[in-house]
Design a protein around this ligand. Structure first.
Ligand code: NAP
Length: 244
């Protein structure tokens, strides 16, 4: 039987690429998203056209009730959850003195609380079967100081910390937890940056280019596979040398 994977924020960008890749690896993939119906359905169609199995599920993962309902519906339909990719996240650059409580709440609610809500629900299914994998999407911003990203980088630092703690707590149940920390990846998130910022960031990458989403998906695929079965609690940087 194929494994059941949930990828949050999979209608676009990195999450979409992870969904496509895990489906190619033979998993049945739940494409979670919160607003973009058309994009999510397109991702599902693309997976099915390639011979894979997928379904879209609309839920705001920063809302604990919606998360509970999503995991219950998925468990009712598919029996379990084997893989969770906690990916849905937002970046909202604001210098400290311009920071609003609205931005702060949005970032903490999605980038931190959302990851914990989903992990909690996934683990409730995984620990009974004594196996499971969680991959948390972090960022190189957790370790690199970028002006304007005090909130974003704090949320990604929290992702790295929760990855370690969860890994330690859950190892005894056969559940592995790792994080992927990309540098700049070509998605809407990066595309929306002002041109001068993009040029400046590009100059800072020793490999001279931003990552393709498929390169992040390759690493996620590895961390979800048995090839990484002795790796847990790690945050693996994938940044073309940006943080060196
Ligand atoms: P993106 O292109 O903006 O896509 C974000 C995805 O998250 C969309 O599918 C969006 O779907 C979904 N989403 C947003 N809010 C949601 C919510 N409340 N509930 C469920 N889904 C939600 O983002 P991305 O660049 O691929 O980034 C994905 C992850 O990688 C984030 O955690 C980000 O911090 C991290 N990351 C990105 C980069 C980069 O350079 N792009 C670098 C390092 C780390 P809807 O439109 O339907 O809401």
């Amino acid at each position: 039987m194929s494994k059941i994977a949930i990828v949050t924020g999979a209608s676009k960008g990195i999450g979409r690429a992870c969904a496509l890749r895990l489906a190619k690896d033979g998993m049945t993939v739940i494409v979670n998203y919160s607003r973009s119906d058309e994009a999510a359905n397109k991702a599902v169609e693309e997976i099915k056209a390639a011979g894979g199995s997928a379904a879209a599920y609309k839920a705001d993962v920063s809302d604990p009730e919606q998360v509970k309902t999503m995991f219950k519906d998925i468990a009712d339909q598919y029996g379990t959850v084997d893989v969770l990719v906690n990916n849905a996240g937002i970046v909202k650059d604001e210098y400290l003195l311009m920071l609003t409580s609205e931005t702060l709440d949005k970032c903490l609610d999605l980038n931190i609380k959302g990851y914990l809500y989903c992990a909690q629900q996934a683990v409730l299914k995984m620990f009974r079967q004594k196996s499971g994998v969680i991959v948390n999407m972090s960022s190189v911003s957790a370790k690199m100081a970028l002006a304007g990203q005090s909130v974003y980088s704090a949320t990604k630092g929290a992702v790295n910390s929760m990855t370690q703690t969860m890994a330690k707590e859950l190892a005894r149940y056969g559940i592995r937890v790792n994080a992927v920390a990309p540098g700049f990846v070509m998605t809407e998130m990066v595309d929306q940056l002002p041109e001068d910022k993009k040029k400046e960031y590009l100059k800072a990458v020793p490999m001279g280019r931003f990552a393709d989403v498929s390169e992040v998906a390759d690493l996620v695929s590895f961390l979800c596979s048995d090839e990484s079965k002795y790796i847990t609690g790690q945050s693996i940087v994938l940044d073309g040398g940006l943080s060196l």
